[in-house]
Design a binder for this molecule. Structure first.
Ligand code: G16
Length: 537
């Protein structure tokens, strides 16, 4: 087709997906995220961009995931996945935002061409895109808009229907590595289950069955997918009991349950009646986050969040490396939300280096890639472990001197297969944690012993303009509004082991306040006082 025909094709489709007036869209921490009813034009345009991205990369396959993860049921969102299963390269976020905000069909075609020209993209080259969605009611209509976008620019696509976000990341990496020396796996949902199930069976071979686990699936896509995964593993190897799995009751998604609820409220999902000292976990709406918890004999609730997962995994991997004799550097990546006690434990007791980055998987992921084995977890339960190519080669070529060393190397290699290397994955992390507990013959209370969390509180504050909040030092300090940081500092000084920071959310129209201190009372008080500072703005 001629360039002119191409543009009129885009304009023709675009008229079917008009941009709602008065909204400024931004590609944020987790792509575009807002009310599902406002997303039609955005998703259509993401289709155009996904095709451009694929064409720029010689037809490598790009992923598009339609989900709003932990957000309420009426929200939805869309994010792009790069060829190795990573988040969209940051420099492209600007193009995404630009296309989403074009006022008219004409402006859109002009902006589209401008991106193609600036990046020297050959619009005749092939474009390949795969996509999936979560269980939200607005999903099917948004998929239709995406397909229109892909058709408008003649991209080839495959609809993977309903998947968890990490499953789509896995598929993207599998497709793009299929013909390389290190194929990641079979690019199907079944391939995903097979890979994880086999790795889990190898990692736990000869070990006792892990503790029985009950999983709150937030009434989202993770429920059916986890049941399927458990079926592949088999009840000889693990007992997983899935609750909160009503995916058809769309209004129940993330409602008083799920990883975000349990982490921020620091309490059990609604209606869950736990048996003491048994292991529980909660997923979020697209199953890329997980937190664990239990109640003790005195019915006290204990949260085992992303920091606790990172610490458990770091300890296990460090010990395996010591036994194996393979010399690899392990590092941890956290955010400002990491509990002060966890950072202290990792640095002082485990003696592994800790890097702090801003919130958002892309930041943590990149920092983790700098280590041989990089462990990254946000306190909210999003995280994974990255084994570098050279680490994999060292492990694969290592010549063990005794069966102990061989065992440790085999376990490390199967951990690399068990752990989703593309992004934080609640299902893969669930298997990772239970496999470690099986090795240690631990229940949740033994796991929890490593360190005691400093009491902490997270508050969500709705402000007039969250964009007015600018931070530095990995979000630990405010630069703007001017003068506010000095006021926070003055408050923090009054509390033993006090720490507090304020940052704008990238996924909700609000500002988040985090506070921790030596006692529950003080942590709560500090959080309230810092929040009060924002109210007078
Ligand atoms: C997303 C991001 C996470 C982030 C979370 C909350 O998670 O992927 O990295 O921690 O939002 O971010 P914020 O505090 O900026 O709203 P999810 O699970 O919602 O995709």
């Amino acid at each position: 087709s001629t360039p002119q025909e191409r543009l009129s094709q885009i304009a023709k489709f675009s008229t079917l997906h008009p941009r709602p007036e008065g909204h400024k869209f931004a590609y944020g921490t987790a792509g575009f995220r807002l009310l599902g009813s406002l997303l039609d034009s955005v998703v259509f345009r993401v289709g155009l961009l996904a095709a451009l991205r694929s064409r720029k990369l010689d037809g490598e396959t790009i992923g598009v995931m339609i989900t709003a993860s932990h957000n309420p049921p009426d929200d939805n969102g869309v994010k792009l996945i790069d060829p190795q299963g990573e988040m969209l390269e940051a420099s492209w976020e600007t193009y995404a935002t630009k296309l989403a905000n074009a006022e008219t069909d004409d402006e859109l075609t002009k902006d589209y061409l401008a991106v193609a020209e600036a990046l020297k993209i050959n619009l005749d080259s092939p474009a390949n895109v795969v996509f999936a969605r979560d269980t939200r009611a607005s999903g099917p209509a948004l998929v239709a808009a995406l397909k229109d976008g892909l058709q408008a620019v003649a991209a080839d696509y495959t609809d993977y229907r309903i998947l968890t976000t990490p499953q789509l990341h896995y598929v993207v990496k599998c497709i793009n590595t299929a013909t390389t020396a290190t194929p990641y796996g079979k690019p199907t949902e079944e391939g995903y289950y097979e890979k994880l199930a086999t790795a889990f069976q190898i990692v736990t071979m000869g070990k006792p069955k892990p503790p029985v686990i009950t999983v709150d699936a937030a009434n989202g896509v993770g429920g059916p997918k986890l049941k399927e995964l458990a079926r592949y593993i088999g009840s000889d190897h693990i007992d997983i009991n899935v609750v909160k799995d009503e995916i058809d009751a769309v209004e129940k998604l993330n409602h008083q349950c799920g990883a975000d609820f349990v982490k921020t409220q620091q309490k059990l999902p609604l209606g869950l009646e736990p048996a003491s000292l048994e292991l529980y976990a909660s997923l979020d709406g697209d199953a890329d986050r997980i937190v664990f918890y239990y109640v003790d004999e005195a019915s006290k609730f204990h949260l085992l969040d992303g920091d606790k997962i990172a610490s458990l995994v770091a300890m296990f991997i460090r010990d395996l490396l010591a036994v194996s004799g393979v010399d690899l550097q392990v590092g941890i990546v956290q955010t400002a939300y990491a509990n002060g006690s966890s950072s202290k434990y990792l640095t002082d007791i485990l003696k592994v280096p800790v890097t702090v980055t801003p919130t958002g998987v892309k930041h943590l992921h990149h920092a983790a890639q700098l280590f041989d084995i990089g462990i990254y977890f946000e306190a909210n339960g999003h995280g994974t472990v990255l084994f570098s190519n050279s680490a994999m080669k060292s492990l694969e070529s290592f010549e063990a001197q005794n069966p102990g060393q061989q065992d440790a190397v085999t376990t490390l290699l199967s951990l690399a297969a068990l752990i989703n290397q593309t992004v934080g994955d609640a299902l893969s992390d669930l298997l990772l944690v239970t496999a470690i507990l099986s090795h240690k013959v631990w229940g949740p209370d033994e796991w929890n012993l490593a360190y005691t969390d400093l009491p902490n509180r997270l508050v969500r504050v709705v402000v007039k303009d969250r964009m007015a909040f600018k931070t530095e030092d990995a979000e630990r300090r405010l630069v703007e509004p001017k003068g506010l940081q000095a006021q926070i500092d003055a408050l923090v000084k009054k509390y033993k082991s006090g720490r507090s920071f304020v940052r704008a959310s990238g996924t909700e129209d609000a500002v988040r306040v985090y506070a921790e201190a030596a006692t529950r009372l003080e942590a709560d008080e500090l959080a309230v006082k810092v929040s009060d500072l924002l109210k007078v703005l």
